[in-house]
Write a protein that binds this ligand. Structure first.
Ligand code: PSU
Ligand code: MN
Length: 293
C-alpha cells in the first residue's frame, strides 16, 4: 500500500477479512450540498451501509494523504471547507497539503488503491447540455477503474443521451437495478434504456463478478430514486438558461444549487434521500458479492 494512502483501522480490518466495504465520495459534502444537508447525507449513508452489515469507507484528501474511512472530525473538516478534487487534482492537492473533497472520479481511484470494489454516490458526472466538449472525468475513470458505482443515474443537468453514448463507447455497462429506464437523478425515468437490467442484490453481484472476470472496469449501477422532484426538467432548463457563463469544475455545483433555490430546497431533500438509498443498495450488493466469494 502506498504511503499516499491512509486506510482507517476499521476499513483495513474489513478488507483483510473479506467483509463487504462501500466507498463514499465527499464532493457531495464539500460542494454538492449545503449544511446541514451535507453531513446528514454523509452520516445517513454511513448508517445505511452499517445497517446492511457492511463497512463505510468515506474518501477525502487530508494532510497530504488519500484517506479511506474518515473519523467524524475528518468529515466535519471537509464540510467546513474543502476544494473539489477530481482525478487530475489528486497530485496537486496531495502535494499542497490541502483539504480535498473527492468527486466520483477521484473516489474511484482511491477505492481501487485501497482494494474496494463498491462505491455509492448521488449521480455521476457526464456530458453537459449544449457543451459536448465538457465531459466529466467520471466517464473516463469508469472506463479505467474496476469499481461499481451505485447512483441514481447521471445528474439531470446533463445531456443524458450523449452521456450514455459516451459510456457505451467506453465499454462501461449501465445496469438498471430493478429498472429498464436510466433514472435521471431527480426522476425515475429519462426515456433512455439501461444496457442490462438486474433484479435484486444476488443477480447484481453475479453480473458484476462476470463483468470483472471478463475485463470490464467501471460499472454504473442505476438505482431509481425513492422520491421524484416535481417539474424537475423545467427547473433544470431554467437554471441552465440563467447560468450561461459557467465553466470548469463549478458548473455542476452551481447548477445543482440553482435548481435547489428554484425548488425551494426540495431538490436537496431528494438528493439526500437518493444518495442514502444508493448506499443501502450498494451495501446489499457488496454483501451478496462477498458471499459468492
Ligand atoms: N452527486 C451529487 N452531488 C454532487 C456530485 C455528485 O449528488 O455534487 C459531484 C460528484 O462528485 C461528481 C461531480 O463526480 O459532482 C461531477 O463533477 P464534474 O461534472 O465537474 O466532473
Ligand atoms: Mn466539466
Amino acid at each position: 500500500m502506498t504511503a499516499r494512502l491512509d486506510v482507517s483501522a476499521e476499513v483495513a480490518e474489513a478488507l483483510r477479512k473479506g467483509r463487504p466495504v462501500v466507498a463514499l465520495e465527499t464532493s457531495i459534502v464539500g460542494q454538492g450540498l449545503p449544511a446541514p444537508h451535507n453531513l446528514h447525507a454523509a452520516t445517513g449513508c454511513e448508517a445505511a451501509i452499517r445497517d446492511e452489515g457492511a463497512v463505510p469507507a468515506t474518501v477525502a484528501v487530508l494532510e497530504g494523504k488519500v484517506c479511506v474511512g474518515l473519523s467524524p472530525e475528518q468529515l466535519e473538516r471537509i464540510a467546513r471547507g474543502s476544494i473539489k478534487v477530481s482525478s487530475r487534482d489528486l497530485g496537486p492537492v496531495l502535494a499542497g497539503g490541502r483539504a480535498g473533497a473527492t468527486t466520483v472520479a477521484a473516489t474511484m481511484r482511491a477505492a481501487a488503491m485501497a482494494g474496494i470494489r463498491f462505491f455509492a454516490t448521488g449521480g455521476i458526472g457526464g456530458v453537459h447540455r449544449g457543451h459536448p466538449e465538457d465531459q466529466s472525468a467520471d466517464l473516463f475513470e469508469l472506463s479505467q477503474t474496476p469499481v461499481a458505482v451505485f447512483c441514481a443515474g447521471p445528474k439531470i443537468i446533463l445531456d443524458l443521451p450523449l452521456t450514455l453514448e459516451r459510456l457505451e463507447s467506453l465499454g462501461v455497462p449501465v445496469l438498471g437495478f430493478g429498472c429498464d429506464d436510466v433514472p435521471a437523478f431527480y426522476t425515475r425515468h429519462s426515456g433512455c434504456r439501461v444496457s442490462a437490467r438486474v433484479d435484486g442484490a444476488e443477480q447484481a453481484s453475479r453480473t458484476l463478478a462476470a463483468a470483472w472476470d471478463t475485463g470490464s472496469k467501471g460499472v454504473v449501477l442505476c438505482v431509481p430514486p425513492p422520491h421524484e422532484l416535481e417539474n424537475a426538467e423545467l427547473l433544470v432548463e431554467q437554471a441552465i438558461g440563467e447560468l450561461t457563463n459557467l465553466a470548469g469544475a463549478e458548473v455542476t455545483p452551481r447548477l445543482l444549487a440553482r435548481v435547489a433555490e428554484l425548488s425551494g430546497g426540495r431538490s436537496f431533500e431528494i438528493n439526500v434521500d437518493l444518495v442514502v438509498n444508493n448506499a443501502r443498495v450498494a451495501a446489499q450488493v457488496a454483501r451478496a458479492f462477498a458471499e459468492i466469494g
